[in-house]
Design a protein around this ligand. Structure first.
Ligand code: ADP
Ligand code: MG
Length: 607
C-alpha cells in the first residue's frame, strides 16, 4: 500500500472514530456523555449572571429616578453569585466524569495492545519496528486521553455557548438575534469552503509528508551504524533530509495559508458583524423607549464579540483533534489485528520430550524461496542434536518453529508425539527453554532478569543458576553483584556475558527441552570456554537427567559430541548422522570440518 493510499484509508477509517475510541472505555463511556452534557449545561448556566444584570437594569429603570423604590435587587445579586458558582461546580463535575472515562479508556487501550502483542507471532515483530509499536501502545493512548478528557467536553461547552447565546439574542431582540446568526453562519460557510476541496487535498499531502518523514527518519536511525562503519553519506540520509525539507515547507504553508487564514477570516467576520451591530443596537433600542433593552443589547454584543470567537476557535481546532484521534485509534486497531499464535480448543498433552520435524516447509512472508523445504529429522528424548550448515541454511528458522515463534506452512513439528499447534501455548512454553541470539536482558537487575524464567524462584535458586551458568566472574566485578541494573541504560555486558546470563535464566527454568541458537558466535575464547561449561550444565536437569537439546553452534568443536548432527543447506537437510559417520561420508560436513581444522591449526600456529 502506498503512503497516499494509507493516508486515504486512514481517513475513511476516521469515521466514527470517537465511538470506536469510546468502545475501549467499556461501561464508563456513559461518563463521557454525561461529562459533555454537564460541560454544556455549565456554559448555559454561566449566562445566568448576565441575565441577572439585565434584570437589575430593567427594575432600576422602571422606577427611575426613584431608585429606592426598586425592591428585591439584592436577590438578583445572590442569584448571580449562585449561578456563577453553580456553573463552575458543574463544569468541574463534568471534567471529573470525562477524566474517569478517559483514564479507563487509555489504560484499557494500553492493556489490550500489550496483551495482544504478548500473543502475537514473532514474525509480526520482525516486520514492525519495536519503536513504532511502543508509540502505538503508549503514544496513542496518551493522545486519546487528551481528546476525551478535555477537548470533547470543551467542544460540547463551546457549541452550547454559541447556540445558547443565539437563543438569548432572539429572546431579547429577534432582529439582532438574526444578525448574529447570520455572522456565525457566514463564517462557518467560509471555513467549509476553504477547508473542503483544495484544503482537504492539502491536508492529505501534509499527512503523507509527515508519514514519509517519520519513515525515512526511522530508516536513517537504523542505518547509522552502517553509515559510521562505511564512512559514507548514504542514500538514507539524503532521503531523510529531503523529507524534512518537504515537511517543513508544507508545515509553513499549513501555518500561514490553511490553518490561520480561514480561521482568522471567519473570526474577523464575526467581529465585524458584532461591531457593526453595536451602533445599530444603539439606534434601534432607545427609539422604542426601552432603555433597559438597549442596555441589554449593548452588553450582549460586548459579550458576543468577546466570547463567540473563542468558542468558534475551539470548535474549529476540534476537527484536527478528531483527525489525530481517528489516526490513533486506527493504528491501535491495526496492532489488535496482528496475527496471534492460536490456542487449540482441546489442547493435548505430549507423551515424553522427543522433538520431531516431519516434512516441514516454511516460507517467510514476502520471500521468494522457502527457508525450510521438506525438512525431516528427530531429536530423541534426552539426546543432543546439533544443526549445522552455511549461513542462511535455515538453522535459526528451524529452531524457532519449536517454541512456535512461527507456525509451519506444511508438515508438522511434534513434541512428545503431539503437534506443537495442538498443545496449550503456555504448556509448550513451560516445556521449552530457549537461548536465542536475539535475546537481550530486560532493564532490570541481573537477578530479576534470571528470575523472569520462574518468578516464584527464591533468591538462592537464582544465584545457584547464575553460578551454574559460570556467571561468578560477572557478579564479582559488578558493584552491586546480582542486584546491578543491566539492559538499556544499565551496566553494559558483553555479548558473551549476556549469553551466560540467558543460559542462567534457562537453567533456572529447568525445562525438559532446550533450544540454543548460535550461542557462541560472538564470544571471545575465554567467554567461550565458560559458555561451553554453562551449556553442559544446561543440558542436564537439576536432577541430573539429560535434557532434550536442539542446538545450533557456529564452532564445530561444540557439536562434535552431539548424539546426532543435522546438516541444513538452502533449507534442505543434506545429510545427518554422528560426527564420525558424516566425516566418513565425505560430504558438506566433512568439508566444513576440514576448513574448521585448518582455521584452528592456523590459530594455534599464529598464536
Ligand atoms: P541460518 O540460521 O542457517 O543462518 P536462517 O534460518 O536465519 O538461516 O535463514 C534462512 C533463510 O530465511 C535465509 O535465506 C534468510 O535470509 C531468510 N530469513 C531469515 N529470517 C527472515 C525473516 N524474518 N524474514 C524473511 N526472511 C528471513
Ligand atoms: Mg541463524
Amino acid at each position: 500500500m502506498s503512503d497516499s493510499q494509507a493516508t486515504k484509508a486512514s481517513g475513511a477509517r476516521g469515521k466514527g472514530a470517537v465511538s470506536r475510541l469510546l468502545a475501549f472505555a467499556g461501561p464508563r463511556k456513559a461518563l463521557t456523555y454525561l461529562g459533555c452534557t454537564l460541560s454544556a449545561v455549565s456554559m448555559l448556566v454561566s449566562f445566568g449572571p448576565y441575565v441577572c444584570i439585565w434584570l437589575v437594569a430593567r427594575d432600576l429603570i422602571a422606577v427611575a429616578p426613584d431608585w429606592g423604590a426598586a425592591t428585591g435587587i439584592a436577590a438578583y445579586g445572590w442569584w448571580a453569585f449562585g449561578l456563577a458558582a453553580a456553573s463552575i461546580l458543574i463544569y468541574f463535575a463534568g471534567l471529573m466524569c470525562t477524566h474517569l472515562a478517559a483514564f479507563r479508556c487509555a489504560s484499557n487501550m494500553r492493556k489490550r495492545t500489550t496483551d495482544h502483542l504478548m500473543h502475537a507471532s514473532l514474525g509480526y515483530f520482525d516486520t514492525h519496528a519495536s519503536g513504532a509499536l511502543r508509540r502505538v501502545v503508549d503514544g496513542c493512548a496518551a493522545e486519546t486521553e487528551g481528546l476525551l478528557a478535555h477537548k470533547l467536553p470543551d467542544t460540547a461547552g463551546s457549541i452550547a455557548m454559541i447556540v445558547g447565546m443565539l437563543v438569548l439574542f432572539f429572546v431579547f431582540d429577534w432582529r439582532l438575534g438574526l444578525a448574529c446568526l447570520a455572522a456565525v453562519v457566514i463564517s462557518i460557510l467560509c471555513l467549509i469552503k476553504m477547508m473542503g476541496g483544495r484544503g482537504m487535498d492539502f491536508m492529505t499531502r501534509y499527512m503523507e509528508s509527515l508519514v514519509k518523514m517519520n519513515k525515512t527518519g526511522t530508516e536513517y536511525v537504523r542505518g547509522i551504524p552502517v553509515v559510521k562503519v562505511f564512512q559514507q553519506t548514504v542514500y538514507s540520509f539524503r532521503a531523510f533530509h529531503d523529507a524534512i525539507e518537504e515537511f517543513t515547507r508544507l508545515a509553513q504553508d499549513y501555518a500561514v495559508k490553511w490553518c490561520q487564514t480561514p480561521q482568522s477570516l471567519s473570526l474577523t467576520i464575526i467581529n465585524g458583524v458584532a461591531i457593526f451591530l453595536v451602533p445599530a443596537a444603539i439606534l434601534v433600542a432607545p427609539g422604542e423607549g426601552d432603555f433597559a433593552r438597549f442596555l441589554a443589547n449593548f452588553a450582549f454584543y460586548a459579550i458576543f464579540s468577546a466570547v463567540i470567537p473563542t468558542a468558534m476557535t475551539r470548535v474549529m481546532f476540534m476537527s484536527e483533534a478528531f483527525q489525530s484521534a481517528a489516526d490513533a485509534v486506527s493504528r491501535v486497531e491495526e496492532v489488535l489485528a496482528a496475527p496471534v499464535i492460536s490456542a487449540p480448543a482441546a489442547p493435548r498433552t505430549p507423551a515424553g520430550n522427543a522433538i520431531c520435524f516431519e516434512n516441514v516447509s516454511f516460507t517467510y512472508e514476502g520471500a521468494d524461496a522457502p527457508a525450510l523445504d521438506h525438512v525431516s529429522f528427530e531429536v530423541p528424548a534426552g539426546a543432543t542434536v546439533a544443526l549445522v550448515g552455511p549461513s542462511g541454511g535455515g538453522k535459526t528458522t528451524a529452531a524457532s518453529l519449536v517454541p512456535r515463534f512461527w507456525d509451519v506452512d506444511a508438515g508438522r513439528v511434534t513434541l512428545g508425539g503431539v503437534d506443537v499447534r495442538e498443545m496449550d501455548p503456555h504448556d509448550l512454553m513451560d516445556r521449552v527453554a530457549f537461548v536465542f541470539q536475539a535475546n537481550r536482558p530486560f532493564r532490570q537487575t541481573i537477578l530479576e532478569n534470571v528470575r523472569a524464567a520462574r518468578p516464584e524462584a527464591t533468591r538462592e535458586e537464582a544465584l545457584a543458576a547464575l553460578e551454574a551458568a559460570q556467571c561468578a566472574d560477572i557478579l564479582e566485578k559488578l558493584p552491586q553483584g546480582a542486584d546491578t541494573l543491566v539492559g538499556t541504560g544499565g551496566t553494559h555486558l558483553s555479548g558473551g556475558e549476556v549469553q551466560r546470563l540467558m543460559i542462567a535464566r534457562a537453567i533456572l527454568k529447568d525445562a525438559p527441552v532446550v533450544v540454543l541458537d548460535e550461542a557462541t558466535a560472538f564470544a571471545d575464547p575465554e567467554n567461550e570456554v565458560r559458555i561451553q561449561a554453562a551449556f553442559k550444565r544446561l543440558a542436564r536437569g537439576r536432577d541430573g537427567s539429560p535434557r532434550t537439546v536442539l542446538m545450533i553452534a557456529h564452532r564445530l568443536s561444540t557439536v562434535r559430541n552431539a548424539d546426532k548432527i543435522v546438516v541444513l543447506d538452502a533449507g534442505r537437510v543434506v545429510e545427518q548422522g554422528t560426527h564420525d559417520e558424516l566425516l566418513a561420508s565425505g560430504g558438506l560436513y566433512a568439508r566444513m570440518w576440514a576448513d574448521y581444522e585448518k582455521s584452528v591449526s592456523w590459530r594455534i600456529t599464529s598464536a
